[in-house]
Design a binder for this molecule. Structure first.
Ligand code: ADP
Ligand code: ZN
Length: 747
């Protein structure tokens, strides 16, 4: 350990720099330690990043570290150095990055410090009463199993894989406790009773038997496990249902055999108990699940179990990227194309890109998996930066369902009178119901109607805080803003002209649910979108679908992801054009991904599926390509289109944004930053804007931005760095101006 007299501390302020402090004589500090330091007459918590022998030049008065807040470093070395690298890649203030990545500070830590001590290891949770309970664990011995064994004993013995909890064994044999006692007496198992942290998983999951891999799966598994020693980065391109998850499970199993840890990132929406169960069925309950709905305390438990090395597998959404997985050997990003991997506030990072970086630095195997890879990833595979592994067919015997494009411009009046329910789709739904199959109808608009308009004066009702229309939610009789969550009761009269002439405009999922229930009565219709669902309810609705208590499921994006429901033979996309109309160079890509994913929900069981895309743009490339399940055709067309404008993957972007409640201040700030950008930019770097963002006002703040674009990453970064520096120097308010490297949201 270094005995250097000074340390560099990262403090959570929006400044891209570290602060130097003197180490008191009686304190030993390590990188990753959480410390309290004096900062502007207050004490704040920060992290030690490194040591130094001298204070920085010109600094004469150096304050002392007030004390250590936790006994052991919060960040292991691998994670800390990765985070420093990530912060510099994104021009992000390191203090804010570390704060975003760290678990919450133990309660009372500051107070304890004042009283003269820091927390001892294991004490972090004191006073926060983590529920404790005892669990019995069984492990098989090497003793030979007698030829004749009672059926119950055999059943329990068969279900023991590694160390298996009694709650798990009870799922195969209710009297497992007694049976275990007998097995222990015969020397066939050893038993151990231990305290476990309560409520990690509410229900037990029985262990599964891994299926025999298909030929393409076997090839992928071999390539991946072959890289476990030296590391490597892969793109696993497998159509929906091709068994990508099975490939991940095999790779992780092999890594565990070799004593290595694994990290699996999935989109928040896909992190359902069903997916987690597949991991538990294979590896038991020794895994940490991390998602945004966790309470601080739960996140803490998960983090510390990983940190202590008690658990070496973490499954989670975006921010699980920062999980302190010990001896990292595998990093998986499932549905790598998903936009939710991009963090759009505070520390803006892309978890997929950073997963590659973290794996590379740790010498781990990185796997990006998708049925519809992002253009960036597929291009990286073409250039050999990722090794491409392909699963061209479904793992089960079912082939991908045929898709019919329904041209909404040429449809005779529909039987229901509903413009967005064509005759073709109407008949398909009727047939599906007649055959007692199930259907999913996808509409990417929640609420009853996307907007409400006054038919007397033509004004639509807008959010007072944002420049967007309010959505009508009829169940709750309210208008709501889908961007800031503002709500108001449904007004009787128009705010502008006072006429009692407000009409809902357009179709949302609530209304579609009502219409389908009327038109196809007595079919049972359910809905799945963010209004009905949060975590538990998603599973609840899908459970009803799986048990066939629901005939038709209406939903937004939530219905497109990863679900495997055998009874679903029909998928109808009500309007394939919604996502095409977005002012975003990725609009085509999003559309293709959504359509391909939702089409993949049909026909996963015994019976063949059918898919319908309703559209006013039947010739659009993403619609045509998704209908033919032809990823490569889509890639070729879209890649060519992007090349022309140097959009990623052929060029790189940095967005500079200012949001300010004062419109004039916002335009002035963005103008000053753009001037600096123009001054330092070489001719290789284009500056687009500044201009108002498509959503010009959000949460009462006016939004302006400009975009830097270049095919020369280094030249581009020079301009980004100059702008970031200018913000630090006060050219714009650091808490209102941001630099977004590799931006995703164009709104
Ligand atoms: P993906 O992740 O590519 O969508 P999954 O791993 O969910 O695919 O697999 C789709 C279905 O196929 C699942 O029900 C899974 O259990 C099954 N499956 C996967 N691999 C095999 C295999 N080798 N043999 C039989 N069934 C398989
Ligand atoms: Zn709003």
């Amino acid at each position: 350990m270094s005995a250097a007299p000074f340390v560099e501390v990262a403090i959570p302020v929006p400044l891209r720099r570290l602060f130097t402090y003197r180490v008191p004589d009686d304190l030993v500090l390590e990188p990753g330690d959480r410390v309290a330091v004096p900062f502007h007459r207050r004490k704040v918590a920060g992290f030690v990043v490194g040591h130094r022998d001298e204070p920085p030049e010109g600094v004469t008065r150096v304050l002392k570290v007030a004390g250590k807040l936790e006994a052991n470093p919060v960040f292991p070395e691998e994670l800390l150095s990765f985070l420093e690298r990530a912060a510099s890649y994104y021009f992000a203030p390191i203090g804010e990055v570390l704060r975003a990545a760290a678990p919450a500070m133990p309660k009372g830590a500051m107070k304890r410090l004042r009283e003269g001590g820091f927390l001892e290891e294991g004490e972090e949770l004191a006073g926060r009463a983590v529920g404790r309970k005892l669990e019995l664990f069984a492990t098989r011995t090497d003793a030979e199993v007698p030829a004749k064994l009672g059926a119950r004993q055999q059943r329990v013995l068969d279900a023991i894989a590694g160390e298996t909890a009694l709650t798990v064994l009870r799922t195969v044999e209710p009297s497992a406790r007694g049976v275990l006692r007998t097995l222990a007496k015969r020397g066939l198992v050893t038993l151990e009773e231990r305290e476990i942290e309560d409520a990690l998983f509410a229900e037990a999951v029985a262990p599964d038997a891994p299926p025999t891999p298909t030929e393409p799966q076997r090839h992928a598994i071999e390539a991946l496990t072959g890289a476990l020693d030296g590391g490597g980065a892969f793109l696993l391109h497998g159509v929906t249902g091709s068994g990508k998850t099975e490939v991940y499970l095999r790779l992780i199993a092999e890594a565990r055999e070799r004593g290595k840890g694994a990290l699996v990132l999935v989109p928040e929406i896909a992190l359902t108990p069903q997916l987690v169960s597949r991991f538990r069925a294979r590896f038991g309950d020794d895994l940490a699940v991390l998602h945004s709905a966790l309470k601080d305390r739960e996140r803490d438990i998960a983090w510390r179990r990983l940190r202590r090395g008690e658990v070496s597998l973490a499954v989670g959404a975006r921010s699980a990227l920062f999980a302190p997985v010990p001896d990292l050997g595998v990093v998986i990003v499932d549905e790598e194309h998903d936009a939710s991997f991009k963090q759009e506030e505070g520390f803006r990072y892309h978890a997929r890109d950073m997963a590659l970086l973290r794996a590379h630095r740790a010498g781990a195997v990185a796997v990006l998996g998708s049925a519809t890879p992002s253009l960036e990833s597929f291009e990286n595979a073409r250039r050999g930066r990722l090794s491409l592994l392909t699963l061209p067919e479904r793992a089960t015997q079912r082939s991908l369902p045929p898709v019919e494009i329904v041209d909404l411009r040429r449809q005779p009046r529909s039987p229901s009178g509903e413009a967005l329910l064509s005759g073709t789709l109407h008949q398909a739904i009727q047939r599906c119901l007649d055959e007692e199959d199930q259907g999913i109808l996808f509409l990417n608009r929640r609420g009853f109607a996307p907007s409400v308009r006054c038919t007397a004066c033509g004004k639509q009702v807008e959010c007072p805080a944002c420049s967007v229309a309010l959505t009508e939610h009829r169940r709750t009789r309210r208008l709501r803003c889908h961007y800031c969550d503002f709500q108001r009761p449904l007004p009787e009269r128009c705010d502008t002209c006072g006429a009692a002439a407000l009409e809902p405009m357009g179709l949302g999922t609530e209304q579609l649910e009502d219409r389908l229930a009327e038109v196809f009565a007595p079919a049972k219709v359910a809905r799945l979108d963010r209004d009905v669902a949060n975590g538990r309810t998603v599973e609840e609705v899908l459970g009803r679908l799986r048990r066939r208590e629901v005939d038709l499921l209406v939903g937004t994006q939530m219905v497109t992801k990863g679900h495997d429901i055998p009874g679903v033979t029909l998928v109808g996309v009500i309007l394939a054009d919604h996502s095409l109309a977005f002012p975003d160079f990725r609009a085509s890509e999003r559309t293709f991904q959504l359509l391909a994913q939702v089409a993949g929900r049909a026909g996963r069981g015994e019976r063949e599926g059918r898919v319908f895309f309703q559209t006013f743009n039947p010739d659009a490339v993403p619609i045509q390509a998704a209908a033919r399940h032809d990823y490569e055709a889509f890639f070729r067309a879209e890649s060519a289109a992007r090349r022309e404008h140097l959009y990623p993957p052929h060029g790189h972007l940095i967005a500079v944004r200012v949001d300010d409640p004062d419109e004039r201040r916002a335009t002035e700030s963005i103008g000053r930053l753009a001037t600096i950008a123009r001054r330092v930019a070489t001719e290789r770097v284009e500056i687009l804007g500044p201009s108002p963002a498509p959503i010009g006002r959000l949460r009462t703040r006016y939004r302006f931005r400009f975009m830097l674009r270049s095919d020369d990453r280094r030249a581009l970064r020079q301009v980004g760095a100059a702008v970031a520096h200018a913000i630090d120097e006060g050219v714009a308010n650091p808490s209102r101006a941001s630099v977004d490297v590799d931006p995703v949201s164009m709104l």
